[in-house]
Design a protein around this ligand. Sequence first.
Ligand SMILES: Cc1cc2nc3c(=O)[nH]c(=O)nc-3n(C[C@H](O)[C@H](O)[C@H](O)COP(=O)(O)O)c2cc1C
Length: 196
Amino acid sequence: MPYKTARTDHPIHPMLASRWSPRAFSARLLYSDTIASMFEAARWAPSANNLQPWAFIYAERGTSDFEVLCECLKESNALWARNAALLGLALERPTKPDGSPNIHARYDLGQAVGHMTFQACALGLHIHQMAGFDPAHARMALDIPPDLLPMTAFAIGYLGDASSLPAIVQEKELAARSRNPASAFVHTGRWPNHVD
Ligand SMILES: Cc1cc2nc3c(=O)[nH]c(=O)nc-3n(C[C@H](O)[C@H](O)[C@H](O)COP(=O)(O)O)c2cc1C
């Protein structure tokens, strides 16, 4: 079992167990078909009233646009994310076409990124999402229109070698993964009946 595979209390799909958020990416770039498949998976995510309140902007390593995206990241993320094959931003559209607030937009965007994440896993890739970026800088640098909200950044690529990372990052890369037990957040019938 690869060292980062989740040690689950109950069986889950192997692809879900083996997904994790690496910082070490290999130098390998992505085929355009691979990129298209990931966004296609996002496209088919469910959303409230099928409003699909999401947008994505990405660039591949080796392009000047990639450097611009890299400059939007906090240095602690840019340190390793600059080696990913692709960097991108996930954008929320918080307003419905009739001008009223879409309170489910962020939920739907997260689900679209979830779809993209698992398509990436199915293609042998990894995604590392990041809240650590400057949305105001991204808006300006990437000409993002006012009706879209830069919500998260993401780095995508094939897994690299942890030994290629600076020491401080290497420690995080090799750390064990952990989660709260299901009993801490799953309730049955009536609050707060926990499940074991
Ligand atoms: C919305 C979101 C924001 C995150 N922001 C960062 C970040 O800025 N920097 C980072 O290194 N990891 C970030 N992560 C990754 C999480 O730290 C990671 O998913 C969590 O520790 C669980 O680890 P795993 O994905 O390997 O299971 C973020 C994840 C999500 C979903």
